[in-house]
Write a protein that binds this ligand. Sequence first.
Ligand code: SAM
Length: 237
Amino acid sequence: MVDNHTSTGTGGLGEILVSSRSLAEYQAMFALTEDDLGRRILDCPGGAAGFTAEVSGRGGDVTACDIAYFDDGLERVAATAVAEADRGNRYIRERADAYRWTFFADPDDHQRARHRSAQQFVAHTRTSPQHYIPARLPALPFPDNSFDLVLSSHLLFSYADDLDYDFHLQAITELTRVAVAEVRLFPLMPVGSSVRYPRLEELMDELSRWGIRSRIMKVDYEFQIGGDEMLVCRIGR
Ligand SMILES: C[S@@+](CC[C@H](N)C(=O)[O-])C[C@H]1O[C@@H](n2cnc3c(N)ncnc32)[C@H](O)[C@@H]1O
């Protein structure tokens, strides 16, 4: 198991960001349909994303889990969510040319959207903390096949300098264990990079030897330039 709680970070970002993406961003990154949103979903890592709050508000069934929720961490994450959104926004402003400004109009729009999601996260953790479960990949505290759909954004592949190849392999295997149907991971490139995780093909081959079928799918979302692909994993050859 990798203890990555205090990470050195990649691409100049520093410690792994506890970020706040919205339902709209998740829909675009993971090509989520209305049917998908009606399934039992696990968001791992959930960070301070507004996704769980927003889908729950529409009557959906989402659980978020994250290493940062351990030991009263949920309150800490809520207290720092807006500051973390600003840290991420500063990073992006300093490198605005490395991003595609289509989903977000400009860095101010990005900051507003992340603040909104952080605030939705904070409000939801106060009323419904049971949706936020402490968990440390590559081991999850859920029985096999607990969720129809598992989503994982901006940890695996994003922090490839911190998380080694074996961590990726074990984490994806574990995410697949708790999924009935499918695991979707986004993006496939490290923070600060514009090329795919270099060992992706090797990883996909190894997953296949472990009985996990994976394919790369283009999605209609690109913020990090070149980052418009997700990995879809399913049990079975
Ligand atoms: C960049 S955030 C992504 C959050 C959310 N998916 C989003 O897109 O807004 C990365 C998250 O990974 C969490 N994390 C780091 N290592 C982890 C691990 N081993 N197991 C579970 N979560 C982890 C961090 O605490 C952080 O909240």
